[in-house]
Structures are given as structure tokens and as C-alpha cells.
Design a protein around this ligand. Structure first.
Ligand code: F6R
Length: 249
């Protein structure tokens, strides 16, 4: 097993061309690869840039299949605040892919049958080749909050209070949801390649726990060290808590 590759970038914006290159390489290397997107502020700039590439024909929306990590319960694709809605707003070609059936959304009803069928659909699409990930300031991966067993598959979860707090602005004046359907940690580890981005000082403690703390469910992201192909892109503020020269113990 190799440690995650960690790159510290001058600024978050510098990640965008690297992330688009990841997509290009994956498309070039596999016929119709399944790409797993993450939602949240970390990836907005990349999604907007991807939308521009697709709209301009520099990338072909028919050359890949898309999916994502998680969805708030009860948030149908066209409901503001939901993850699919966010992805399609930032990257409109994903909306066409949704209508064509080449963007596979996490079912928002959270039923066992629905989640099982979704996991099976991802398998039939060849499994996720490239999974983008963010990290919560509490160390969550997707919505696998601290304490989630590493063996978990798709499941419904109760969101941590810090996660709800961070989502408050997106739902104001309504309250942020309490529950979401999420990809599990085991599901995430099955992707061929993982790329995690973390930007900003409020991620520094979680990044340190992920890369240099003990491997524990208290910091779900620490499990990434079990995966053989992980790239971590940080800006200087998110990397500020790392001990120099030691990306992993
Ligand atoms: C969302 C998701 C979350 C976010 C994380 C970081 O699909 O999977 O784990 O990646 O909460 O969110 P931002 O990017 O808003 O800081």
C-alpha cells in the first residue's frame, strides 16, 4: 500500500486544471468511465470549469457516466438545496446527462431497495473509476460522520451538528435537513482512484487527523490511507497543521 500523494498548492483555484486533467486522463484510459462527483463549496469552481469544457466541446459528455456521493432525504433532483440540483446548477451539461440516464443520482427516498438498486447500477456501470471527495471539518467523508463503521455501504445517516451548521446558509431561511442518503466508506474505497481536495483554514485540523492522526472511525477520512491510489490536493491554509515532511505516519 502506498501513502496518499499530497500536493500543497498556492491557492484553491490552482486545483481546477489538475482536476480537469484527472477527468481527461480517466476518460482517455477507460471506455465510458463512471466518474463520482462530490458536492460542496470545494468543488464549485471545478464543476463550473467542467461545464464550460463540456459546453465548448473540449470534453465529450457522452464519453463518461456520472454519479455523486450523497443526497439529502426528500430532495428530488429539481429541489433547491439538494445535491443533484447543486451539481446541475454548477455544471448544466449534467442536467442533460440526468435526462439521458447517464448521470446516476443517489436516490433521495433513502429506501433500502432504492439504495441497493443504486449500488447495483454503479457496479453495472463498471464501478467508480475516479471519485472526487471533500472532507468535513469533523473529518467526514461524503456524509459518513465520525463513528461510522469503515465497512459501511450506501446507507441513511443522521447529519452531525457541525455538518448541519455548515449547510445552514444553503437552506436559509429553512432549517438544514437532519438526514441524508450517503455512499458508505467501503463503497468509497472501492473506487479505482480517489482525489480529495481540502481548502481553507477550517479544514486544517481534519486534514492533519486524516493524514497524520491514528486510523480511526473518529476521523472517517483517515481510512483513505488504506487505499492504494489517493491524491490529496490542499491549499496552504488547509495544510497548515501538517508536520513538515510527513504526509502519513
Ligand atoms: C458532499 C460531501 C461532503 C463534502 C464536505 C466538504 O457531497 O460529500 O463530504 O465534500 O462536507 O464540503 P465543502 O466542500 O462545502 O467544504
Amino acid at each position: 500500500m502506498s501513502a496518499p500523494q499530497v500536493h500543497i498548492l498556492p491557492a484553491a483555484a490552482d486545483a481546477v486544471p489538475l482536476l480537469l486533467d484527472e477527468i481527461r486522463r480517466t476518460i482517455a484510459g477507460t471506455r465510458l468511465p463512471l466518474l463520482g462527483f462530490a458536492t460542496g463549496g470545494t468543488y464549485t469552481a471545478m464543476l463550473v470549469a467542467l461545464g464550460a469544457e463540456l459546453a465548448a466541446g473540449r470534453l465529450d459528455p457522452k464519453a463518461f457516466v456520472a454519479t455523486h456521493l450523497d443526497e439529502y432525504l426528500g430532495f428530488a433532483p429539481d429541489r433547491r438545496g439538494g445535491m443533484v440540483h447543486e451539481l446541475c446548477e454548477a455544471c448544466p451539461p449534467l442536467r442533460d446527462m440526468l435526462s439521458r440516464g447517464t448521470f446516476l443520482p443517489v436516490p433521495h427516498d433513502g429506501s433500502d431497495d432504492g439504495l441497493r438498486a443504486h449500488a447495483a447500477r454503479l457496479q453495472r456501470a463498471g464501478g467508480v473509476q475516479l471519485q472526487f471527495l471533500g472532507i468535513g471539518r469533523n473529518g467526514h467523508l461524503a456524509f459518513n460522520e465520525p463513528g461510522t463503521p469503515f465497512e459501511s455501504g450506501f446507507h441513511v445517516t443522521r447529519l452531525a451538528e457541525t455538518t448541519r451548521e455548515d449547510a445552514r446558509r444553503r437552506f436559509a431561511p429553512e432549517e438544514p435537513p437532519h438526514e441524508a442518503a450517503t455512499s458508505g466508506i467501503d463503497t468509497i474505497l472501492q473506487a479505482r482512484r480517489l482525489v480529495l481536495c481540502a481548502f481553507g483554514a477550517n479544514k486544517a485540523a481534519a486534514v492533519r487527523a486524516m493524514l497524520q492522526g491514528p486510523e480511526t472511525t473518529t476521523c472517517p477520512a483517515s481510512v483513505l490511507r488504506r487505499h492504494a491510489e489517493v491524491l490529496v490536493l490542499l491549499d496552504r491554509a488547509a495544510a497548515a497543521g501538517l508536520e513538515a515532511g510527513a504526509a502519513a505516519p
